[in-house]
Design a protein around this ligand. Structure first.
Ligand code: COA
Length: 255
């Protein structure tokens, strides 16, 4: 349970997972990851949920992992953080997932969408994966999924150079299904989720598995990333960047 995540089931079998932490632009805390993980796991277990829709707030899908939590993890391990438990669940969820992205989608705000079956973005959507800028490595199997979706060179711009891209670029690259005006975005995504939920569930899950390819490879990739992430989190260069963001001071140049 988290006050910052709203889970609501609609007639027709759509479960809405709404991120709602406006003062921090939907930066994700441990409690928020736990609430999302539980909502996905129970969707799979329930016979009533036929599709899940992720939505954020106007202007903020998610600012990514809460950097204060990253900073506090110097003495801990990524493998023990709710973020990784959520990512594992995300990758193995059988219920189809839809994302409605308005505004910023940073870090896991973008990588989460790589696991979604349908992605809708508003013209205000701005995707960015600044893992390397933060002296981290990509997560959620994005280093595996993204090159396969957009090609290695484009993935390199996004993952190594942390280049942002907008909704039109996401559409052109096959990372979004359509660009939908902000005021119609959630309604449209909800209608598409309802279409998925109305289909025969067994056929949807089997087709999804065929479209998505080798599940074991995705899971192996996210575990390999997690091991590297763990090391990076505790590195001086990462901790320095977390502190810089939290104090909004400029990080000193790397040696
Ligand atoms: N972790 C913790 N706090 C965050 C956050 C994050 N990932 N992203 C935003 N916030 C906080 C800000 O510190 C600020 O808090 P404050 O009002 O108490 O100072 C509040 O959310 C609003 O953010 P702000 O930076 O003022 O909004 P903006 O519209 O100017 O910029 C972002 C939004 C998302 C571009 C910018 O906040 C940002 O770059 N955040 C970090 C994103 C990131 O690197 N995430 C991790 C990816 S792995």
């Amino acid at each position: 349970m988290s006050e910052h995540v709203t889970v609501r089931d609609f007639d027709g079998g759509v479960r809405l997972i709404g991120l709602n932490r406006p003062d921090k632009k939907n930066a994700l805390t441990g409690a928020m990851y736990d609430a999302m993980r539980e909502a996905l796991a129970s969707a799979d277990a329930s016979g009533d949920v036929g599709a899940v829709l992720f939505a954020g707030l106007p202007g903020a899908f998610s600012a990514g992992n809460d950097i204060a939590d990253f900073a506090a993890s110097a003495s801990g391990a990524f493998s023990e953080m709710p973020a990784l438990t959520f990512i594992r669940q995300l990758a193995r969820t059988r219920t189809p997932m839809v994302a409605a992205v308005d505004g910023i989608a940073v870090g896991i705000g973008t990588t989460l969408t790589l696991h979604c079956d349908l992605v809708y973005a508003s013209p205000a959507a701005r995707f960015r994966m600044p893992f390397v800028e933060l002296a981290l490595v990509p997560e959620a199997a994005s280093s595996y999924l993204l090159p396969r979706r957009v090609g290695r060179l484009k993935a390199t711009e996004m993952l190594l150079l942390s280049e942002a891209f907008d909704a039109d670029a996401a559409l052109a690259l096959g990372l979004a299904n359509a660009v939908i005006p902000s005021d119609m975005l959630v309604e449209h995504a909800m209608a598409q989720a309802a279409r998925l939920a109305a289909l025969p569930r067994g056929a949807v899950q089997a087709t999804r598995a065929l479209i998505r390819g080798d599940q074991a490879e995705v899971e192996a990739a996210l575990e390999a990333e997690a091991r590297a992430f763990d090391e990076r989190l505790r590195s001086d260069e990462a901790q320095q960047r977390f502190r810089a963001f939290l104090s909004r001071a400029k990080p000193a140049a790397s040696a």
